[in-house]
Design a protein around this ligand. Structure first.
Ligand code: FES
Ligand SMILES: [Fe+2]
Length: 343
């Protein structure tokens, strides 16, 4: 599937960048579903997003500057508000009216969990709820915000795939001697239109370096995994250790273009900095995500989504979550009059 060729994905919120990246007051470029956009913070501190193209002579607005919550083009200084309207042309005499058509497209943009989220068109679903964010007893750690040369379907499927641990993660938590994944309970939400929920308990190696992460010193520990899929490209993984420590991850696999995603990964923990420092948790998940990144970047980003396309990719029983993701994506496409577009 070529994500930029499926217009329905424009109708969802995608996490784009941490608000901290905008705090310095410099407009920031991003490419979402092949669309060049620019983000900045308005006077009220809320993020704004416009097409990254000035309506005067097409200069990239991300090369401009933020002035009093407005965005000024770096070429001739035309200045935009958050709705994309030109509100100032410095070359005009004072009081001269700016024609109403002088504007560039604006996109829906809102702050959530410390990130700016953008929907290119009226969104069909809200941003996934993360009750742990800001809740007493929980801390939020911004783990990763980086580009991966893969597609959202590949990253999503990988995040629900328990049959790769013994191979991809054999150097970290994977138990090499147990290639058969434990049983995964899958429950579709809202008749399948609203993602699904998957639950399993897996054995995980627990060397001394992981003791503070798991809150336990057993050589092998258990991970009770509650994994939820949110259409189209987000998931929440709640890992509970027997110690009571919870390691809750939110991933947004934001589509940049047909071969790249922005991996956004938040971590929520119910322990303290003294129990396990944030940097140790980042380093722990960094090693694991490098293992996934390396193998995912070797796959074809144009993943088969329409399972009627036979003979391109072959499946096994444990691919069930990935098959369900495909089924739900196909239903979404069909509901919007789209078929899978691929190479
Ligand atoms: S190109 Fe933007 S002001 Fe001229
Ligand atoms: Fe993995």
């Amino acid at each position: 599937m070529l994500v930029t060729q499926q217009p329905v994905f424009r109708k969802f919120w995608h996490p784009v960048m941490p608000l901290s990246q905008l705090a310095a007051g410099t407009p920031q470029p991003f490419t979402l579903l092949g669309e060049a956009i620019v983000l900045w913070l308005g006077a009220d501190g809320e993020p704004r997003a416009l097409k990254d193209r000035c309506c005067h002579r097409t200069a990239k607005l991300s090369k401009g500057r933020c002035i009093d919550g407005a965005l000024q083009c770096g070429y001739h200084g035309w200045t935009y508000d958050g709705t994309g309207r030109v509100i100032r042309i410095p070359q005009y005499d004072e009081g001269r009216e700016i024609p109403a058509g002088y504007c560039t497209p604006a996109y829906r943009c809102q702050a959530a969990y410390g990130y700016a989220w953008v929907a290119l068109e009226e969104p069909l679903a809200p941003i996934p709820e993360m009750p742990e964010f800001g809740a007493p007893g929980w801390r939020t750690i911004f783990q990763f915000h980086e580009v991966w040369a893969t597609s959202p379907v590949r990253a999503l499927e990988n995040s629900f795939d328990n049959s790769h641990f013994s191979f991809v993660h054999r150097a970290t938590f994977g138990v090499a001697a147990q290639p058969k994944p434990s049983r995964y309970e899958l429950v579709e939400q809202d008749g399948g239109s609203g993602g699904f929920y998957a639950e399993t308990v897996i054995a995980a190696t627990n060397p001394p370096a992981f003791h503070r992460v798991s809150g336990s010193s057993e050589p092998i520990t258990q991970r009770h995994m509650r994994n939820a899929y949110y259409l189209p490209f987000a998931r929440r993984l709640d890992i509970e250790y027997p110690s009571g420590v919870r390691h809750v991850i939110l991933n947004g696999f934001t589509p940049i273009d047909d071969g790249h995603i922005q991996l956004c990964q938040w971590l929520f923990r119910n322990d303290t900095e003294a129990d396990c420092p944030a940097q140790m948790l980042i380093d722990f998940d960094h090693v694991i995500t490098r293992e996934d990144k390396d193998i995912l970047e070797s796959t074809d980003p144009d993943a088969v989504v329409d399972l009627r396309r036979r003979g391109v990719e072959f499946s096994m029983d444990s691919d069930r979550p990935g098959i369900l993701i495909r089924k739900q994506l196909m239903e979404l496409l069909a509901a919007h009059g789209e078929a899978e577009v691929h190479r």
